[in-house]
Structures are given as structure tokens and as C-alpha cells.
Ligand binder design. Structure first.
Ligand SMILES: [Zn+2]
Length: 423
């Protein structure tokens, strides 16, 4: 049976105020509550007492989810079958990304992506765009229309990609510079310098982007790192003098505290040491890692080194727009490594952890004074299957966990962006 607990200021009458002193006839409770089951009130009184007695009847107000790594141009090709990373890029991703020189198409997919994100309770996206500057304009314009805080940048590739998706070292520098000067800090936009990954950039291009980052150190830098074994072997063949994968970034000025390194699954000890030394952030993309068959991110091992970690969908390598489903996958990966993440740890990664990775702690992903009011309300009994499990909950974590594991956009009861409801 689904329960709903309404909390707020309540007015209850106990007597007729025309007959008795009106002050004795009613109770106003500034922190009251009403429990509703099957259309009928089954309890009313102190909100605190009702909350304790009925953890299964509550919605949960939390900071909006912060997706710290995704590819909005891959929205329309999410859930494409049967390939691992390199074949998946060549077969599905590159043909789709080639379409984003068309501003109208980029506008349509950017708007669609933002609306899907908001419907799933994600109030901040961090996206790779395509090599086309139009794709970056479309992304930031769509976010500005919705007043969303977003991070994004032009994806740079000057080798090992189709002709239609290659820039050069110089044009990557010039286009990225023009775009970051146009967008970085405008409204709620943050620019991230964005080499896709080492295999698709020449050393010259990586150097050019490293120079650009040193000239604009307040920008973020996002890329991919050590996702699959084949990819790592390819990087070693392309950069024979590099000490490891991370060194292909480090030696070109692309390792720093404001760097975001997606995946980071198969790290070598030197790489972990350097990431910890410089205070770089890793981004865990669990649905992508299982979908593309990449491996098991070491959440606890890297946290023990105090390396900042965000959580992300990696759409469309990831298989869901939902950060709830993403948390569930992070839990499953933790289990495969022999460590169960607590619901509080999963929720932290999806909000505060991602915000910290983006250097936006206290501004987004945070339910506290001073933060922007990007807020969601989770319905903890959003489907019959979740509701019947939720009805057995013994505390709020037990009430929340079924929604993390089984929830989707139906669990998002309300979304506020910068203090305004989205629907
Ligand atoms: Zn990615």
C-alpha cells in the first residue's frame, strides 16, 4: 500500500470555535504532518513523530543530480548493440557525431538531452560536444534557456577519426579559445577544454590544448583515461616514449587539479600517485563500464587515496539517462569488487561528489545555505514494485535503497532549477 506523508504547517479543529474559545478549538502545528493511505488520512500530528514512525511514507528532498561526464551528441544512439570501445566509436558514434555541424540538428538533440536530464532529476550536465563549434553553441544555448548550470566543450580530434570529424592542432586551439571566451562564466556555463582521448589527438594537438589550458587555468579540462585494455595498448603504441596512459596528458600540459578524467579503471600505481598529487578528479561511469565491457572502477581504493570522484552516465556509452540507475550500477560494480556502497555514499557521489569533481562544491549538488536552488523531490514509492518493498522500510536508508536500485524518471516527483519549478 502506497503511503504519502505530507509535511508542513497544519491546521486541525478539535471543537467548534463558535461555541468554545477559538484558541482552544484548533491546533496549528508549524511542523505538522498528515499520513495518507488509500485516499484516507491514517495519522495526523507532529511531523517529526510521523517521520520516525513512517519512513516509507516520505518523499525525499535532495540536491539535484550532477552528471559529471556524458556526450549529449550520443543521445539518439544510446543503447547500440554489440561493440567494445573502439568498434563502438567507429560503428555508432562517429557517424552520429558527424551530423552536428548542422546547427538545427544540434539544437534539437541538445534540447532533447536537457529535457531528458531534467525529467530524470539531473540538474547539471557535463558534456563532450563534437568537433563542430555549432555543437557547443547549441549545448550552451539549450542550457541557458533552461537556466541550468552545465559544463561542456568542443571535442578535439586530429587523427584516427573520419575526415568529417577531424580538426587540426591549430584549429582545435583557435576554435576552443573562441568558444571558451564566448561561453566560460556566461550565466551558469563553464567551459571545459576537451581532447576526446589520446588516440584521437596528435602530440601537437595535445600540446596546443595544454597551452590553451595554461592560458585559461580557470577552465576545466575533460578527457578519457584507461577505459579498456585494447585502448591502453593502442595508446602505448601511439606514444612509445610515454611512461603510461596518464603521461600522454601529463607531458603535454593536460594534467591538473581542474582536470576531469573519465573512467580511470585500469590505472597503474604511478598514475594513481600523480592523480593524487595534483588533486585531479576521476569520473566513474558505471553503466558505461558494464555496457561496453570495460571493467570495475575501484571506488573505495581511490577514495582511500583522497582522489576526488564524480559519478556520471557517460551517455550514450552509458545505457541510461538516470542517475538512479547509474547509482545502482555503481553499487553492482562495488559488489563485484567485494564492497557494498551504502545509499548515503551513492547519493553523495551523484550530488556532492560530482560537484566537487567540477570544482563547484557548495554551489550545486548541495542542499545548504548559499547553494543554487537546484533541488529535486524523490518519490520513494514511485512504482508498485518499489512501493511494496518500501512499505517494509525500517529507516530512511532502507526506504531509499529500493528507489536507487529500481527507480527511474517516475521517481522524480519535482525538479527545481535555480529556484524555479521546471514543470
Ligand atoms: Zn565518455
Amino acid at each position: 500500500m502506497t503511503k504519502h506523508l505530507l509535511l508542513g504547517q497544519t491546521l486541525q479543529f478539535h471543537a467548534n470555535p463558535l461555541h468554545d474559545d477559538w484558541q482552544n478549538a484548533c491546533t496549528v502545528d508549524s511542523a505538522g504532518g498528515v499520513l495518507i493511505e488509500a485516499g484516507r488520512i491514517t495519522a495526523a500530528g507532529s511531523g517529526a513523530d510521523l517521520r520516525t514512525a513512517h519512513p516509507d511514507g516520505q518523499n525525499l528532498i535532495t540536491a539535484g543530480f550532477v552528471d559529471a561526464h556524458m556526450h549529449y551528441p550520443q543521445t539518439a544512439m544510446i543503447a547500440s548493440w554489440g561493440k567494445q570501445l573502439i568498434d563502438w566509436l567507429n560503428t555508432y558514434t562517429f557517424p552520429e557525431e558527424s551530423r552536428f555541424g548542422d546547427k538545427a540538428y544540434a539544437d534539437m538533440i541538445a534540447g532533447r538531452t536537457m529535457d531528458l536530464a531534467l525529467a530524470h532529476g539531473t540538474t547539471t550536465l557535463t558534456s563532450f560536444c563534437t568537433i563542430h563549434p555549432t555543437s557547443v553553441d547549441a549545448y550552451f544555448e539549450a542550457a541557458a534557456t533552461r537556466n541550468m548550470a552545465v559544463v561542456g566543450g568542443k571535442t578535439c580530434m586530429d587523427r584516427n577519426a573520419p575526415d568529417t570529424l577531424r580538426d587540426t592542432a591549430q584549429s582545435a586551439y583557435d576554435d576552443s579559445k573562441a568558444l571558451l571566451e564566448k561561453w566560460h562564466g556566461r550565466g551558469r556555463a563553464t567551459y571545459a577544454i576537451t581532447p576526446r582521448f589520446s588516440p584521437t589527438s596528435t602530440p601537437d594537438q595535445l600540446n596546443a590544448l595544454g597551452s590553451l589550458w595554461s592560458e585559461h587555468p580557470d577552465c576545466l579540462m575533460q578527457t578519457h583515461l584507461s577505459e579498456q585494455h585494447d585502448e591502453i595498448a593502442w595508446v602505448k603504441s601511439l606514444f612509445p616514449t610515454a611512461r603510461d596512459y596518464l603521461d600522454t596528458y601529463e607531458s603535454h600540459g593536460l594534467l591538473g587539479a581542474r582536470g576531469l578524467y573519465g573512467h580511470a579503471i585500469h590505472l597503474e600505481p604511478r598514475e594513481i600517485d600523480r592523480l593524487a598529487d595534483v588533486g585531479a578528479a576521476l569520473v566513474h561511469c558505471p553503466t558505461s563500464n558494464t555496457f561496453i565491457g570495460s571493467g570495475l572502477f575501484d571506488t573505495f581504493g581511490l577514495a582511500a587515496r583522497h582522489i576526488r570522484t564524480g559519478l556520471a552516465t557517460d551517455t550514450g556509452g552509458g545505457s541510461s539517462f538516470s542517475m538512479l540507475r547509474t547509482m545502482a550500477a555503481a553499487y553492482e560494480i562495488g559488489q563485484l569488487r567485494g564492497t557494498a556502497l551504502h545509499p548515503s555514499q551513492l547519493m553523495w557521489l551523484a550530488t556532492e561528489g560530482s560537484a566537487q569533481a567540477l570544482h563547484m562544491s557548495g554551489q550545486i549538488g548541495h542542499l545548504g545555505a548559499g547553494a543554487m536552488a537546484d533541488i529535486i523531490v524523490l518519490d520513494l514509492a514511485s512504482t508498485p514494485a518499489i512501493a511494496q518493498r518500501n512499505a517494509r522500510a525500517t529507516d530512511i536508508w532502507d526506504a531509499l535503497f529500493p528507489t536507487i536500485m529500481m527507480g527511474d524518471d517516475r521517481a522524480i516527483a519535482d525538479v527545481w532549477v535555480a529556484g524555479k519549478p521546471t514543470a
